[in-house]
Design a binder for this molecule. Sequence first.
Ligand code: MRU
Length: 359
Amino acid sequence: MDKTTGSNSTTTDAAFSPIEWRDGGLYLLDQTLLPAEETWIHCSTPEIVADAIRRLAVRGAPAIGVSAAYGLVVGLQSVKRDEDLDRRFREVYDLLMGTRPTAVNLRWALDLGKELFEANRSRGAKATREVLLEWAKGVHSDDIESCRQIGAHSVALFQEGDRVLTHCNAGALATGGYGTAVGVITSGFDHGKVAKVWVDETRPLLQGARLTAWELGRLGIPYQVITDSSAGALMSRGMVDRIVVGSDRIAANGDVANKIGTYTVAVLAARHNIPFYVAAPLSTIDPHTATGDAIPIEERDPTEVTRIAGVELSPNSGMAHNIAFDVTPNELVAAIITEVGVLRAPYVESIREALAQAG
Ligand code: MRU
């Protein structure tokens, strides 16, 4: 076992996806149990998919979008009579849409699915379900391809020996596969540029310590987990060369919503002149939200803060404020790395052009 990587793996395991459609059904890797246990949830009803999204068994904006796309198909599996199709679709669409508010990939996927449903519903339940399944598989494979493109476009931004800090988990687990920020790191590592990763543990739910560490270990990429509050000290000692994070929603002006604590990292990066990059597919950009102020920010159960792994640590259970995301203003973002290229300020223009180019 290599003590630096915490792993005995040296190969790049980039084909991994936390979402699988097999034997006619949807399976999601339960991320709440990682890294201790690798358990897959068979999602036989849309309620199970919705519950998995709500309790973060599947999480990360692109992975939520892909799961919701398959969730529409799962929801239509119980429809026996064509006359029940419309009512059931509306029910399932509303159920999934109500799961998490910040990650815009959820709405992006459900609205695309709705358009397709409306164009095909007259063909009956079975045919509509088949069309939606092929589409959901396409959403899944396109997301993996976008992540690979993001990785490819990012290589030129890195230099040999870079020590990269990341926050939360924006890896294969958070996407269809390969990852956004972790995809960028993987690509940089494969090109001999990224030497080491600082992994913010990411309180309260420890997506960094549990999930990013698990992924980097599998990939054989050297890393060390740090407490969130260590990031500034490492930067002030010259131990961080670059920062890359994912996003849950990017407003039309380039303001970036991401896991709580990202804004703090961005402010520290500006203080220390360290490039702060955001890696995200175009499906994470919300052209209908003008600025970060308008992004809905999810508030979660306060006991996620007062408990760790189910153990109550505070004298007053649940006496906590638990906002799950924050917004980093665009002026702190050195570049947004997308599947169509690297976007720079002014973001209103570069984002508009990128979206137009993608159609
Ligand atoms: O609450 P989570 O775990 O769903 O939050 C995830 C993040 O904030 C990720 O950084 C973001 O979704 C990008 S994933 C490629």
